[in-house]
Design a protein around this ligand. Sequence first.
Ligand SMILES: Nc1ncnc2c1ncn2[C@@H]1O[C@H](COP(=O)(O)OP(=O)(O)O[C@H]2O[C@H](CO)[C@@H](O)[C@H](O)[C@H]2O)[C@@H](O)[C@H]1O
Length: 491
Amino acid sequence: MYIIQVASECAPVSKAGGLGDVVYGLSRELEIQGHCIELILPKYDNMRYDHIWGLHDAYINLWVPWYGAAIHCSVYCGWVHGRVCFFIEPHSQDNFFNRGCYYGCDDDNIRFAFFCKAALEFILQSNKRPDVIHCHDWQTGLLPVMLFEVYKYHGMENQRICYTIHNFKHQGMGGSEILWATGLNREGYYFQDDRLKDNFNPFALNFMKGGIVYANAITTVSPHHSWEARFTPIGCGLGHTLHLHQDKFTGILNGINDDFWNPEQDRYIPYHYAPDSFEDKAKNKKALREQLWLQDVDKPIVAFIGRLDDQKGVHLVHHAIYYSLHKGAQFVLLGSATAAAINSWFWHEKYYLNDNPDVHLELGFNEELSHLIYAGADFILVPSNYEPCGLTQIIGLKYGTVPIVRSVGGLVNTVFDRDHHPNHPMEKRNGYVFNHTDYYALESTMDRALGLWYDYPEEFQKLAIQGMAYDYSWSASASKYVKIYDMIRHQ
Ligand SMILES: Nc1ncnc2c1ncn2[C@@H]1O[C@H](COP(=O)(O)OP(=O)(O)O[C@H]2O[C@H](CO)[C@@H](O)[C@H](O)[C@H]2O)[C@@H](O)[C@H]1O
C-alpha cells in the first residue's frame, strides 16, 4: 500500500512531544511491513537539521491558493533516519514556519490550515496518488475537509483518510476567515452542526471536528482512551460527534520505536544493558548523577519527563519532588512548559532547590538527556490528569524503570499494579498505579514503590525485569492500522 503521513511533527527532526515519536515510529514499522511511506511536514526553521540526510529541492514551483491569490512554496526532500520526508516551505511575509517554535503563536490555526492546503496541493500537483493519507491531530483536521469538498473533484477521488487524534484538548478553532483563506468559502454550509461548527461556540469552526466528520476512519491512541473520549468529559466536547461517527472510531495502542528506544543499543547512554545484564543499569545511574551533579549515595531515583502542562498533573509532579526528598529518594525532572504560570512556577522551584544534592530540575527540551534519565532512574512518574496513551511509561518499561502512574487513558492499558491487579498474575505485573488526583493517593503509592526498593531489592529488580519483558514495539499496532487502511481503501 502507498501511504502518506501528513503531520506537524516527526521525531527526531521536529518533535515537541509524543506526536513526533508516533509519526516516525509508525512510519518506520509500516515500511518494515512492506508498505510505501512518505511524510509531509512543515519546514520549520528550528528543526533538528542534523537529523536530515540529503536535503534537496524536490518541487520548487508549488503555488498554493490562499485568500484568492496564491503563496509560492518550495518543497524539499530528505531522509530522516531512513524515512522519505517532504518539507514544505512557504515564501510569504507571514513566515508561517519561521517562528523559532513549533506551536504557541497567535495564528497557529491559520499556519496549520495553510499547511493542510499546501500538503494537498503538493500531492495533487506532483501527481502522487496514495491509497491512504494519514493525518494527525488538530493541525491536520482540515485536510479531510478540503480533500472531500474540493480536491476530490480535481483528480483525487480515490484517496482515503485515516485521522488519528493524540490529544482532544487541542482542537484548533477559527472563524470564517479560515474558509476564505483556504477557498472552502460557503460559510452557511460549513457552519452547520453536522459539519465544522463547534459544538459549544456557534461562531467557531472546529478543525478536529472537521477531521472526525470527514475522515474515513478515526483512531485515538489507546483502547481505554477511545472509551473515555466518548463517555467522559475527556472528549472535551467532542463526545457527541464521536458518538455520531462511532462506526469509524477505534483506539489503537501506540508503540515505541525499539530501534531508537532500546537500552541494548541506545546511542545516547554510556552503558548498554538487557534483562540478563540488568546490573549494568546501575552504571547509567552513576553517569546520570555525575551529569546532573547529584550526590552518589544509596538512594532510588524518581524521574519525570514530559511537557509541564495541566494534562500531566503538574500539581502531583511538584508534590512528588518534595515527597521523594522527604522519603530519602532523589528526584530528576526534565520538562518544558508553554503556559507562563507553570513555567515561572517551576523556574522558581529550580532556583529554590538549586543547591540540594538530591534533586535536579532541567527545564527545556533535551532528547539526549531524556535517554540517560530513562536508563539511570529507578522509577518514572506519570501522574497525569488525562493521558491518551502516554509514551514515557512505555519507554520506562523498556529501560527497566518502574512506572508509577495514574489509572487514566493508555496508562490503564500498559501498567499493571504490582500489589493488586484483578486480571494480571504476579509475574505479569510491571509497576504501580493509583486512581485519585489527591496527594494521599500519590503518597501511598510512592510509599509502596519506594518501600519495595528499600526493603526488598531483589523483588524490585524482578519487577523491573518483568516490565522489560513487555513488547510495546510498533509491530502489533502497525498491523492494526494496516487493517484500517485496507478497509477504507476499498470503500
Ligand atoms: N523536555 C523534554 N525533553 C526531551 N524529551 C521530552 C521532553 N518532554 C517530553 N519528551 C519526550 O516526548 C515524548 C512525550 O510522550 P507523551 O506520551 O508524554 O506525549 P504528549 O503528551 O506530548 O503527546 C500526546 O500524544 C502522544 C502520542 O500519541 C500520547 O502518547 C500522549 O498521551 C498525548 O498526550 C516522550 O518521548 C518523551 O521522552
